[in-house]
Write a protein that binds this ligand. Sequence first.
Ligand SMILES: [Zn+2]
Length: 299
Amino acid sequence: MEYAGYVGRFAPSPTGRLHMGSMLSAVASWCDARHAGGTWYVRMEDLDPPREVAGAASDILRTLDAFGLHWDGPVMYQSGRHEAYAEALSQLLDEGRAFGCACTRKLLAGATVYPGHCRSGLRAGQTPRSYRYGMSSGVHGWQDAVQGGQSFVAEELGDFVIKRADGHWAYQLAVVVDDVAQGINAVVRGADLLDSTPRQIALRQALAPAAPAISWAHLPILVNADGQKLSKQTLATPVEADKAPDILVACLSLLGQRCAHEEKVLEMMQGGDVTGILAAAAQGWEMARVPAAPIHSQG
Ligand SMILES: [Zn+2]
């Protein structure tokens, strides 16, 4: 895989329509990529059929298009990537970095961190239910472009699942395998994923030691009046394509961007010119202006 310039991505799960929280990630990652003259991919994280909603993937793509957030290359669907994930699992098992875990949900009930029961191998007669990555000890950290210096102690993260007991691939493994395959070197996403990042950094180093480190930017999460994260679970309102110009400008304002208050951008908003708004946003994009703390939003 060649790494020529900035390669970023937006990776929604097709569990419903895009709402303000997901739109903020889409807009920020698109602007960051376009400002850098880089590549921006869309990846559909459709690995969890029970949570998926029929038609959501195509609805998300139609919405991005209506907002002028055009992507490069074909959309990657994780549901078509089982072979790559299986290969990664066998690589990790061969290298002794992953292990089969026979623990039942009942046995692990109440444990916030995996207690390491199966780390040194299964007893005779036990069969793996899931597979886990064995975190190496020490501190795992990175410099985040929005949240600043981050560090997590391995013992607080624990050995995490990379293939689930129900047979589905875990999010952590799929994301890392796909980021490597697509040459991703910049990730802009919500701060709700902050504690996934040290796990993904460790997995990336194990699976692709030659791949460059990713530059990370974790955006503030949007919360409602009760302080709950806006999500499909808290019934966040989906964004409407016919309000795209206003929603884009609202996103840019929440992201602290100067252009959201420029007269020419407000004129383009009145005129419904999403392409013009995005061009101005990409040109003037400043990650340093994005706030770190959670944002209260009506949406
Ligand atoms: Zn176990």
